[in-house]
Ligand binder design. Sequence first.
Ligand code: X8Z
Ligand code: ZN
Length: 686
Amino acid sequence: MDAFKGATVLMLFAFFTRYACCDEYFRMGVNTNSAEALQFLREYDREASGMCYRVTISQWKFVTNITEYNRRRMLEELALSSKFERLSWRKAAAYDASRLPDPQGRRQLMRVVQASRAALPDDKFTEIQQLITEMKEIYNTAKICPYGQKPYDPHIPKMLSNQDFMTNQYQLASNPYQHYQPHQENTEYPNYCDMQLDPEISRILAHSRIESELLYVWKSFREQTGPKLKNRFMRYVQLANQAAVATGFRDAGDQMRTAYDDPSFRTSAEEVYNQVAPLYKQLFTYVRRRLVQRYGEASVRGDGPIPAHLLGNMWAQNWKSIMDLVMPFPQAPNVDITAEMLRQGFTPLRMFQMAEEFYTSLGLKPVPPEFWRGSMLVRPPQRSVQCTASAWDFCNRIDYRIKQCTEVTMQDLISTHHEMAHIQYYLQYAEQPQLFRDGANPAFHEAVANAASLSVYNLQHLQRLGLYQNKTHDPYEVSMNFLMSMALEKVAYLPFAFMVDQWRWSVFEDGVENMNNRWWQMKLRYQGVIPPMPRTESDFDPGSKYHVISDQEYIKYFLATILEFQIFEHLCLASGHTGHLHECDIYRSRDAGRLLSEIMQPGASKPASEIIRTMTKGKTNKISPDSLVRYFRPLELWLRVQNRDEPLIGWSSNYHDVALFAPQRGSGSSNTARVGILAALICLTL
Ligand code: X8Z
Ligand code: ZN
């Protein structure tokens, strides 16, 4: 999932002029001595790599062994690196990057300048960092009581492992406790209200089909996050905007968008969204029909938006958990090789060796011995760890590690290949200076890792590995089931991934009034999703999404999902694949490997547009959704047939939908008319 980079956030201020780059303006210094600037960059590279190593080691120690001591050590290192970064930022700020004749040096200096909040005075800089830390802490410690709040019962079933879930050895929720076991330290406690988002709450949303239970966890998690975060978030918005303006940007959203080197970035992203929206609406319409069949018209209107708690996920962003409700051909299998992996005696180590062999089969690099010595590939017994899978670059060109609590499941096999792709990216750009050891833009790391995974979660590849065989079922039906499971993960995700930063940018741009209302307006407009219960401005539902309160941009996930298919298609072309895109496997293709290496090696030293131009052999320099649409074309045709009798492809919202979150002013007909106009506008923009 995660590509973990050491804390190398850098900054600037001092004697400013205005510098125009790609129609974006930010402030630069007046020192035009280029020899001095290059000397600064050389020193910076050495010191920043060292600092990054120390911080990353301290973070690794903490997340793989959560103790108070390790937390303190990590915070100390972070404080030191913060100091170093502010100092470096001031030095960098003194130069006028536009006057540097060396384009690579110019690019490095600009990278130091752009993303920074160091234009803030010391107290405000510390305050915003503190706020973000507090918000993460509140989020990470949010807990809810089990549904029904029964007192502790020692006979409740054990909590199931991921493996149990993947092998379908679970029941749908007839017993609200079946997903849940109290955390170990709390087993004596009579009222164990310690269910966390991951894994307990997420599992209920994924596996329960009891509407009241889904509603309960949906609502309770928001109660435990939003209201506690709202005031802090509003102050964070204020400070982030101040930092952006002081650095020469219009607002914090404007500053975030500079990472994409594209003056018309907003329009470009919107165009991409518009091209995938028709496919999303076909999927949406088909899924809604199945939900109506499961939950009834009283819960889901036949031509309306879908209530957010029924889609298998806290944010309705990934629908793969409701595959059981929407499977195109229930008599054909949903491809899952977990049982076969267990039968063949797979181990986590073997899964990683297999992933390494996938990349070396393309002619790419093996991982160094330090990887095998240092990584945490399974959950260690008797110590507390953070289990989210991540790939780590320790900034010293030697140490690369993965942290993953691997279980023998198909999902973890895919995740293993995904994380190993991040490591491969690190290895490929290792010779770049520290400031360029990164993706070409923020979407690239995830896109490359997912593109490789598309070749792994793929019937042809699984067959080649001897993990899947279809002797009895209609291949067309198996293919449709496969494409549906991919669509529930990728296509369903697109409008969510698009809307999060639309909302965030609107808050940075227009202020914090009616934030919750605007969140739901966008959820409705892009996703066609409504809250399952009334919301007001004392709720703060965006706060239920970690990336919002932890200051992590989100549009990169939208673009990464588009770009992964574009990269995948070009790798497939290089490998000589003909036929359906979803059937392409690049395994053992040296030509695909060479192209992948060309994409990864430059890191961030070149603009993303140049890398895309190379990748597409000059056809385009833009991120394009054509490959994604092509990949899902067979499913889209099938969906069109399924939806032929539907009154509406997409959704229309009525007064009641909008009244769930729009502020109610006045009363009677004027109010009805006002909300009616809003609803009409929403429909028009679909
Ligand atoms: O945040 C993540 C990963 C780290 S890159 C855990 N993801 C996004 C999310 O959870 O919303 C992966 C999918 C999108
Ligand atoms: Zn990742």
